[in-house]
Design a protein around this ligand. Structure first.
Ligand SMILES: [Zn+2]
Ligand SMILES: [Zn+2]
Length: 240
C-alpha cells in the first residue's frame, strides 16, 4: 500500500468566495511545494476548472481528482469526487440544470472565472454558484454513484452548511462510507449522537479558498496506486 498525502477540498477562482489567484497552476504549484501527493478540485456546484487543473497536475506529478462541493436543497455541502473527468463533467451538467439560478453580482459575491491550462480566462459563470440546488441530501448517494463517483458529506463538524447542522444528525439509513471533518479530533464528540459515524472513514481537508490555506502533508490515505481510481477505491472502502 502507498501512503498518499492528500487535500480533497480546494476551491479555485471559479468559486466566488475563493481568491482570484486560486488558479489551477497556483494551486498545483502550492500542492507541490507543500509535498502533497493528491488533491481534488471542489468548486461550489461546478467542475468547470477541473480539466485545466488535471492537465497541470499531470505535468507536475500531482494527482488531481475532478470534484465538486455540491449544495443540496437543504443547503448541506457534499464533496463529490470522480476518477474520470468525463463522469465529472456529465455530473456538472446534471447539477447545473438543478442549480437555482440567480445572476452573480461580482462586486458583492466575487468573480467566477473559468481558466484554461495557460491561465487564460475562457469564461465567467453568470449564475451564482454558491446557491442551493434542487437535489435533496437523500438523493445524492445514488446520483453520484450513477456517475461512478463517491460522496463525502463536507465539514460535518461545522455549524453551518453541514449535514449535522442542517439535518440535525447523520441519517441512520445513509449509504455513504466517508465523511469529512474540519478537525479529526471532533470525531469522538460527534459519535454519541451520530452512531452511523462509526461505519465511516473519516478524512480531513483544508477547504482552501486561498493559497496559504492548502493543507500541509499531514493527512494520509493508503491506496494501492497513485491513480484516481485507486484513490476513489480507497475512499469507498473501510479503514484498513
Ligand atoms: Zn462547504
Ligand atoms: Zn468548500
Amino acid at each position: 500500500m502507498l501512503q498518499l498525502t492528500y487535500d480533497f477540498h480546494i476551491h479555485t477562482c471559479l468559486s466566488p468566495c475563493a481568491d482570484d489567484d486560486m488558479t489551477p497552476t497556483n494551486i498545483v504549484m502550492m500542492a507541490a511545494l507543500k509535498g502533497l501527493d493528491v488533491i481534488a478540485i471542489t468548486d461550489h456546484n461546478t467542475c468547470k476548472n477541473c480539466k485545466a487543473s488535471i492537465e497541470i497536475g499531470k505535468k507536475n506529478d500531482i494527482l488531481v481528482l475532478p470534484g465538486m462541493e455540491l449544495t443540496t436543497s437543504e443547503e448541506v455541502h457534499v464533496i463529490c469526487l470522480f476518477a474520470d473527468l468525463e463522469d465529472a463533467m456529465r455530473f456538472d451538467t446534471y447539477v447545473y440544470e438543478r442549480l437555482i439560478k440567480v445572476k452573480n453580482k461580482e462586486n458583492i459575491f466575487g468573480n467566477q472565472i473559468v481558466v484554461d491550462e495557460d491561465e487564460k480566462e475562457i469564461d465567467r459563470e453568470e449564475y451564482l454558484l454558491i446557491n442551493a440546488t434542487t437535489i435533496g441530501f437523500s438523493e445524492v448517494y445514488e446520483v453520484v454513484k450513477a456517475y461512478h463517483g463517491v460522496m463525502i458529506p463536507a465539514h460535518i463538524d461545522k455549524n453551518s452548511n453541514s449535514v449535522i447542522s442542517n439535518l440535525g444528525f447523520l441519517p441512520p439509513d445513509s449509504r455513504f462510507s466517508c465523511v469529512e471533518l474540519s478537525k479529526l479530533e471532533n470525531k469522538e464528540c460527534l459519535l454519541d449522537s451520530n452512531p452511523y459515524l462509526s461505519q465511516c472513514r473519516v478524512i480531513s481537508d483544508s477547504d482552501a479558498h486561498s493559497l496559504g490555506q492548502i493543507n500541509e502533508p499531514i493527512h494520509v490515505l493508503l491506496a494501492k496506486r497513485k491513480s484516481a481510481s485507486e484513490v476513489l477505491n480507497a475512499l469507498k472502502g473501510l479503514e484498513p
